[in-house]
Design a protein. Structure first.
Length: 296
């Protein structure tokens, strides 16, 4: 081996070892905000501790923490996703690509970012207790008493009423298996992002399949997501609300109009399950199963 080859090899090793870690973008769930020290702030701090030099961007929708929290209830999801796309595109630290972590409803919101805004590229998408097939029930509302009363009254009024669809985030991923056709026609967000309209958006499938990994985390004792299998893209068999079928038995998989079957065939779809209620996981579990596997 010549001296020139040895030098070149050493330079390559140095370049690889000096490579900065892939940045991380996070999106919080209902009733939370970007930067609370005991939620997203704590996770951001842990990621920075575990992955030396990593840049972490916790998305704030709006211009303040208060706006960010309220927008999680009342700002149309499409507008939130568009704002997120703009902020990600304008962030110089993310231009080479990023990993994404979505918590609760932030999971399906970040999936919408992957499907609609492929530049800069999202590499790994990890969702925790997401509602990918929607919810048919909201047993708990994570927010102030006043906000939760408004949410409950609007859902009781009718999730598919045009006023409610336009003004309540949770109605936009409400999925009534007893009213499937109405859901497909009226849902302002979920039916579109799941490509369930008669006319399919091929770019959604193409962009989702650009992911290196789609990791879906379900909480085995989740009392927030109804049904909890929605976190794995499972849902009620249509026409009833008792029997839940897994992703592989749903049209979204068998007809593969979203690309999940292809992701699965390519070994890029991973379903994890952990004990606990909604978003209840230990830091040790997060580090062992997520950080060490997908973020380092």
């Amino acid at each position: 081996m010549t001296l020139a080859v040895i030098v070149a090899a050493l330079l390559l090793v140095t370049a690889v070892s000096a490579k900065e870690p892939t940045p991380v973008v996070m999106w919080h769930g209902m009733g939370d905000s970007c930067c609370l020290p005991f939620s997203m702030g704590a996770i951001k701090e842990e990621l920075e501790k575990q992955v030396a030099g990593v840049y972490v961007r916790s998305l704030e929708i709006g211009s303040s923490v208060i706006q960010d929290t309220l927008n999680g209830f009342f700002m149309p999801i499409d507008a939130q996703v568009e704002e997120a796309c703009q902020k990600i595109a304008a962030d110089e630290s993310l231009q080479g690509g990023y990993n994404a972590m979505g918590f609760s409803q932030g999971g399906q919101f970040l999936r919408a970012v992957a499907q609609r805004c492929p530049s800069p590229p999202m590499k790994n998408l990890i969702t925790f207790g997401g509602q990918h097939q929607g919810v048919f029930g909201l047993p708990h509302c994570l927010g102030t008493k006043g906000v939760c009363e408004v949410v409950k009254k609007l859902l009781d009024y009718g999730a598919y009423e045009s006023f409610v669809q336009s003004h309540l985030v949770q109605a936009q991923y409400w999925h009534d298996p007893l009213k499937q056709q109405q859901y497909v026609e009226v849902s302002q967000f979920l039916a579109d992002i799941n490509n369930e309209r008669d006319v399919k958006n091929e770019t959604y499938k193409e962009n989702l399949n650009k992911l290196e990994n789609l990791v879906l985390v379900m909480f085995s004792n989740d009392t927030m997501v109804v049904p909890r299998e929605s976190s794995h893209f499972g849902f009620y068999a249509l026409g009833q609300d008792q029997v839940v079928v897994p992703l592989q038995q749903t049209p979204i998989y068998t007809e593969d109009y979203l690309g999940l079957k292809q992701l699965d065939a390519d070994g890029k779809l991973t379903m994890l399950e952990t004990e606990g209620d909604h978003l209840q996981f230990s830091i040790d579990w997060l580090v062992e199963n997520i950080v060490n596997v997908y973020l380092k």
